[in-house]
Design a protein around this ligand. Structure first.
Ligand code: BGC
Length: 246
């Protein structure tokens, strides 16, 4: 019997879920999304969106969550793009208690990275692989010979007088109305910095904007190989489901 888990990806402005076959790394249901409004959504709205997704699938099994914060042993430690009230909260006590199920969470970028590593573009890849998710914030997942070093938070590296995610996330592209070329030049500078610090063998770029990789790749002049993540918008959900075994 295959191992099925409900994966839920908590984003800054929406919560998305789907049923995942963990043996195949595939989503076997449709992707169900509930918008929670402009970030940071109040904690209660996120919990209700989570409960609606569980109810939508009439789910009675384990639930894995990708959460956009530093998450250690199921506890949330930071809140850059989510309600500050999340800090110190135990995911089981908040989400698990609401639906009466076992819920395990990991950082959202680590989740996407785990999915890409097991089933997507990072499969079988040796050496140092760094996946970045470009969205409201910048998430990072760092692997060495397939082993994840969790909660790296490279979007929070001090960069250009602020932190990197406030310089070149895809939200910054929108809020500062940057052309693709201008934004990609910023991204390239950040990638150069990461290249200097970590000497990766491969960069994988995830997040919604990675679908447009072909329209900005020419601005990326780094020496390291760089590819868009392969699993597109399901990496976060598949990886979230993997959290139940993490
Ligand atoms: C958070 C990370 C998260 C990333 C992407 C950052 O602001 O600090 O934990 O992975 O956004 O959602």
């Amino acid at each position: 019997m295959s191992h099925k888990v409900l994966g839920i990806d908590v984003g800054a402005s929406a919560v998305k879920g789907g049923i995942v076959d963990l043996d195949k790394g595939e989503m076997i249901s449709e992707r169900f999304k509930i918008k929670t409004g402009a970030p940071p959504a109040p904690i209660a709205d996120v919990v209700e969106a989570f409960a609606k997704i569980v109810a939508h699938f009439d789910w009675k099994g384990d639930v894995g969550v990708g959460f956009p914060s530093l998450v250690k042993n199921n506890v949330v430690y930071t809140a850059s793009n989510v309600d500050q009230a999340w800090i110190g909260k135990d995911i089981q006590k908040v989400f698990g208690k609401r639906v009466g199920l076992k819920v395990r969470a990991v950082n959202d970028a680590d989740a996407a990275g785990m999915a890409e590593r097991a089933f997507g573009g990072g499969k079988g890849q040796k050496g140092t692989v760094l996946l970045l998710t470009l969205g409201t914030g910048i998430g990072s997942a760092l692997f060495r010979d397939g082993i994840l070093i969790p909660n790296t938070e490279f979007g929070h590296l001090k960069f250009k007088g602020d932190i990197a995610e406030r310089y070149c996330s895809s939200r910054v592209k929108e809020t500062e109305n940057l052309s693709m070329k201008k934004w990609a030049k910023r991204l390239n500078k950040y990638l150069e910095h990461l290249e200097l610090l970590f000497s990766p063998d491969l960069f994988l770029i995830g997040g919604g904007i990675s679908r447009k990789f072909d329209s900005f790749k020419d601005q990326l002049t780094i020496k390291t190989e760089i590819r868009p993540a392969e699993m597109k918008n399901i990496a976060g959900i598949v990886g979230a489901a993997m959290a139940v075994d993490a």
